[in-house]
Design a protein around this ligand. Sequence first.
Ligand code: SF4
Ligand code: SF4
Length: 370
Amino acid sequence: MNASFSPARFLDFSGLDTLIQAIRSAGYRCMGPAIENDALVLRELTGARELPRGMQAEQAPGQFKLTHDAENRYFAWANGPQAIKPYVFAPRESLWQVRRDEKGSLKFESFTPQPEKTALIGVRACDLAALTLQDAHFLEGQYSDSSYAIRRKSLFMVAMQCAEPAATCFCASTGDGPTPQSGYDLSLAELPDGFVVAAGSEPGQKVLSMLDLNEATPEQIQSTKEQGEAAARRQTRSLPARDLRPLLMNNLEHARWDEVAARCLACGNCTAVCPTCFCHAALDEPDAAAGKSLHVRQWDSCFNEGHAYLHGHNVRPDTRTRYRQWLTHKLATWHEQYGRSGCVGCGRCITWCPAGIDLTEEVAAMAKGS
Ligand code: SF4
Ligand code: SF4
C-alpha cells in the first residue's frame, strides 16, 4: 500500500454492496464479473448481489470450465478472456472523417471519445502490469494517442488479489502477480470473512473514506500476504527469468517453428485475448454517395495474412513466420522497445487457443534443443 494513504481497512462481506454503491455515488459506472456463454466476462454491475459468488474456473490449454467454489467466495478464479485492454484500446473506433462541403473543399473532422467514468471491479495484478505496458506504448512515445489517453483517464481500478491461480497462470515467474502492487485505485484481498481493502490513489482514498470501516488487523494483513505467497507457489507454469532475446533471436530457423505451425490455426485468438497486444489496422471506408470517407482503427493480429502485406509483398507468408513474429516480439524484441518482456503471465493465450498451444512449452522446447 502507498504510504500516503490511510492504513488498510477490513470490509466484511455484508459491506461489499456498500463499497459498490460508494463507487457508483462517486460517479462511476461499475463493470464487474458476470457469467455469459459459460465464461466470466465484465458486465455492468449495480450491486453486490449480481456478482457470481461461489464460482471457480478450471483452465487448461484450450479449455475454460466454470465450477463451484466450496468456500463460496466472491472472486475465487484467476481471470476470464477479457482484460482491461478493450476499455482503453477500443476494438474498433472511428478516428476521423473527410467530406466535401458545398463549395467542393475537403473538410477533415476528428472524433473524440466521450467514455463514461468506469470502475473495473476485480482487476488482476497481471492486467494492471499489462496496462502499464499499454501506457508505455500509447502514451509515452514521441506521440501520445489521445483516444487512449481520454479512455485511460476515465477508469477507476478495483484490484483483486488472486488466491486461486489457474493452471495456465505464470505471473509469479514474470514478476507481475498474483498480488497487485501498484496501478490500482483500490486493492482488495478476499479472506474467509471479508476483504482487506487498501487505497492506492487519491480517488481510491476518497471512496474508502466514504465507508465507516475498522483498520485491518496485523493478522488479517499477514493472512493476505500468506495467501498471495501460497498462490504464487501453486503456479506450475513459468517462463525463464533470464532475458529470452538470445534464445529466440539466435534460433530463427529452429525446427520448432515448423512444429508449432503445424498445430497453429492462425486464428489470432491469442492476440485478441492478450492484454498487451496492440497491433491494429487502419481502414478507410469511403461513401461516395454521401461525399465522405471514414478512417477507422480496429484490432489486427500478426496472425492475419494482411497484417504482413507490404507494398505488393507479404513479408510473413506462412503460419511459421507469423507465430515466430508473435513470440519473438512478445518475449524478445519487446525488451528493446519497452525495457521488458511483453508477457505478464496471465495465461489467456494458452486457455483460449483452440489448438492448446502453450508459449511456455514452446520456449522450453526451444531452450532444450539449443
Ligand atoms: S497460437 Fe493458438 S490462438 Fe494463436 S493463432 Fe495459433 S491456434 Fe490461434
Ligand atoms: S503472451 Fe499470453 S500469457 Fe503473456 S500476457 Fe499475452 S496472453 Fe498473457
